[in-house]
Design a protein around this ligand. Sequence first.
Ligand code: DGY
Length: 323
Amino acid sequence: MPTPRILLTRRWPAEVEHYLSQRYEVTVNEHDTPPDAAALKAALASYDAVCPTVTDKLTADVLAAGRGKVRILGNYGVGVSHIDLQACKRLGIVVTNTPNVLTEATAEIAIMLMLMAARRAGEGERQVRAHAWDGWAPTRMIGADVTGKTLGLVGFGRIGQATAQKAHHGFGMRILYYSRKRATPEVEALTGGRHCASLEDLLESADFVSLHCPGGAQTRHLLNAERLDRMKRSAFLINTARGEVVDEVALAHALRNRVIAGAGLDVYEHEPRVPEAFLGLDNVVLLPHLGSATLETRVAMGMRVAENLERFFAGLEPGDRVA
Ligand code: DGY
């Protein structure tokens, strides 16, 4: 078999690029900017494997250009809502992702956002950098406790469970979760998780609501104006999942009018665009999609793609196949 030709749509950690280049004919997008639809179509029509990531929109129209050529998409990341999986199935294109290896890093960011939002860390840091801090005072920069509060998780997969464990065992939080499938008694015991029969129940009871469900059409604007209204006025919304899960216009309105106390966001519906309405609000912490951004995790994600490609090109079922 000739050496498979592989395209990485972005730069990857050097050690992974090196590893892959020892095994395949690898092309890397040296510009490291997201390829547009035309560039993606050209790639799909000329490589055996294309390795995209969250910034690459692989719609049915784009994917059709790969008919008869590209055989596998080795996605760098666990979320795949940027790829039309149904179209891939129709076209016979295999798709893999990178679960497990980014679980802890993303859960850390969820915990960090919770702490930052509750303790006004972003606002405080801005104050110090602007030389606007005039010293300690008993009544200034008052936030909210995290320890002992109730955390409600929407979605209870690997990242939701890891967040629950850290919050329950680290901060003594009471854990509620809402997901289509109830977790096993073992998982509930490990995480302290209590299943909520409805999303509304969870929203009404939680001091922090953290999103851990997949993105895509089914969860688009799951957190809309009506649901934000169900949350406690003292509650915080945390999103490390996908931007589209939240109606950003409704959230900006809720934050401005103190329908909820605050939010911590790592993801946005139209990245890298962050709604202008958030930028002027002090009660929202805004991060630039850092969930998996540690060196160890980014290397592990790349090696996970490599494992999937190795199995695929050896004629075996790749471990992380999602289509
Ligand atoms: C993921 O893996 O889905 C992260 O959000 C990075 O893309």
